[in-house]
Design a protein around this ligand. Structure first.
Ligand SMILES: Nc1ncnc2c1ncn2[C@@H]1O[C@H](COP(=O)(O)OP(=O)(O)OP(=O)(O)O)[C@@H](O)[C@H]1O
Ligand SMILES: [Mg+2]
Length: 184
């Protein structure tokens, strides 16, 4: 993986071939989506491939909430704190490491080098990245993009597969999740 080469971030799901959106009327639905998402990551060998999962959305949209539920799918008793100040928290699972980034406070993408990002992003790992645009140019491109949108008291999650190697992911997610979905 080349970390110095500039990579193009998908600005929206339009940049991605396959997308689906899910209405999450309560936190329990977000938890369920994250659990199914985690099961599929296991099935798709996402740790061995070192998938990058970008989480976009406004402050309070639910990026950390989703990430916590994802981590706890593998490690049920695990405390998951927001990495806002540390920038990254790591969780060891049987499949590899979950690297949970929150880049909100990153001033310059080059600062990621101080975190020894090459070592952090050595498979087997899956990275969940909140505020990925802050790392643009240094961060590897997304395999899956999750956009969380506040809809009154509820949330909408728009999920897109952004690379060929993650192509079947969204279709499988819609089949497995047992939740109504749309394409908006
Ligand atoms: N359906 C839902 N899914 C997820 N969170 C929800 C939902 N409904 C309400 N919430 C609430 O929304 C908040 C989401 O906060 P969270 O810290 O996950 O946001 P964030 O996107 O990580 O924000 P930040 O950019 O500040 O890191 C939580 O307080 C959570 O309880
Ligand atoms: Mg957060």
């Amino acid at each position: 993986m080349n970390f110095t080469k500039s990579t193009t971030l998908p600005e929206s799901t339009d940049a991605c071939a396959l997308k689906a959106s899910f209405l999450l009327e309560a936190e329990a639905q977000t938890q369920h989506l994250a659990q199914v998402f985690a099961q599929l990551c296991e099935e798709q060998k996402a740790f061995d491939l070192g998938w990058m999962i970008y989480l976009k959305g406004d402050l309070g949209a639910g990026k950390s909430f989703f990430s916590r539920a994802f981590v706890q799918s593998f490690l049920p008793e695990q405390k998951v704190k927001s990495p806002t100040y540390a920038l990254v928290e790591n969780y060891q699972t049987d499949l590899g490491t979950i690297q949970h980034f929150d880049l909100y406070r990153l001033c310059d993408p080059e600062e990621l080098e101080f975190l020894a990002i090459r070592d952090l992003l050595t498979p087997p790992f899956v990275a969940l990245v909140e505020w990925p645009t802050k790392g643009e140019g240094v961060l590897p491109e997304a395999d899956v993009l999750i956009e969380l949108i506040v809809v009154g008291e509820a949330r909408k999650a728009r999920i897109s597969a952004c690379r060929e190697r993650s192509n079947g992911f969204v279709k499988k997610l819609t089949e497995k999740v047992g939740m109504k979905f749309g394409y908006d």
